[in-house]
Design a protein around this ligand. Structure first.
Ligand SMILES: [Zn+2]
Ligand SMILES: [Zn+2]
Length: 347
């Protein structure tokens, strides 16, 4: 079968790899669509823990084979990948905190992923979807669940106000979930005009470009002492530092952007956080009990009833074979994009 393999830092190849046969407790998904995640790009640009690796975890397709002990009823069913493979036995798994599992694996990061014609998955790592849900939408279930999980962690309540920092894929999903769950005011910031326009289309009430306006002042005008909930999805240190001034006293900040590890935060940040009794909440992946969690079932429902708009956030479609070129362009900042879809069936 053909697959897109990360051979080394900055080296991605579309090549022939051995065909997979699902082992006991596993099944095989014939891939229809995969979407490129920011984390795939990071693995390519910054390097990764292991090579060679088939990337990709935002993937949907049709189950075409099952291993020993897995019901044949799965064959022919449409499904999307649930990428986290927890042990289900450690202290944190027993609590339902699967992303804190002591010994987890992850499809497309610690084991072969979805940028291929087929992918091998443990039975628990598929979410079966109705046949009338498109594979393109199904491939975007995972990034939606991350946004939904952030709002759960921030205990978002209908009628609250929110600021979304960064209108990349997670930011755009956040805007949609805030709209669906009834936010009173959704303010979005980004330095790319394109991203802000799409944010407006999918539900942002106000968009702000920090390179053109003073975000702090604008938020004060709009929301007085700050938003109930601030969602950090940029991974930019200056933006992280600014979160406190955008949050009302006793408000909450949820962090999902990966920050550069060689930077630090001044302790005045903690001082300000304490004085205003603001909660700072970390977010890692998108899981809750029972596995994989309500984030996943709610996303499928929102896709089926049409409230989650994926069409507006899909910017490009390519054959899978073009992945090495596309990653090279993205790495060189030559391709502005939202979600990019890859199809293994086109030549
Ligand atoms: Zn992802
Ligand atoms: Zn575990």
């Amino acid at each position: 079968m053909k697959a897109v393999v990360l051979e080394n830092k900055g080296v991605l190849e579309y090549k022939e790899v051995p065909m997979l046969e699902p082992g006991p407790g596993h099944l095989r998904l014939k891939v229809k669509v995969s979407s490129i995640c920011g984390s795939d790009i990071k693995r390519y640009v910054d390097g990764h823990r292991m090579y060679p690796l088939i990337l990709g975890h935002e993937t949907a397709g049709i189950i075409d084979r099952v291993g020993e002990g897995v019901s044949e009823d799965y064959i022919g069913k449409h499904a999307a990948i649930i990428p986290l493979v927890p042990c289900f036995e450690c202290e944190q798994c027993k609590r339902g905190y699967y992303s804190a599992c002591h010994s987890y694996s992850f499809i497309g990061s610690r084991q072969s992923g979805g940028f291929a014609e087929f992918v091998d998955l443990p039975e628990k790592n598929v979410i079966v979807i109705p046949n009338d849900l498109s594979f393109e939408y199904a491939a975007l279930i995972e990034p939606s669940t991350v946004a939904r999980h952030m709002l759960s962690l921030g205990n978002f309540q209908k009628g609250e106000t929110a600021v979304v920092l960064g209108a990349g894929s997670i930011g755009l999903m956040l805007v949609q979930w805030l709209r669906i769950l009834g936010a009173k005011q959704i303010v979005v910031t980004d330095i790319l005009e394109d991203n802000l326009q799409i944010a407006s289309k999918v539900g942002a009430h106000v968009t702000l470009d920090p390179s053109k306006v003073d975000v702090e002042k604008e938020i004060q005008k709009l929301l007085g002492d700050g938003a109930d909930l601030v969602l950090e999805a940029t991974g930019v240190p200056q933006v992280l530092q600014q979160t406190l001034s955008l949050t009302r006293p006793r408000g909450k900040i949820v962090l999902a952007g990966n920050q550069p590890l060689d930077k630090s935060l001044p302790l005045t940040f903690i001082e300000n956080m304490m004085r205003r009794e603001i909660s700072l909440i970390g977010c890692f992946m998108s899981y809750s009990a029972p596995f994989p969690g309500h984030e996943w079932t709610e996303t499928v429902s929102a896709l089926l009833n049409g409230s989650l708009d994926m069409d507006t956030i899909i910017s490009h479609r390519y054959p899978l074979s073009k992945a090495p070129d596309i990653f090279e362009k993205i790495g060189a900042h030559q391709l502005t994009h939202q979600k990019i879809l890859l199809n293994p069936e086109e030549a």
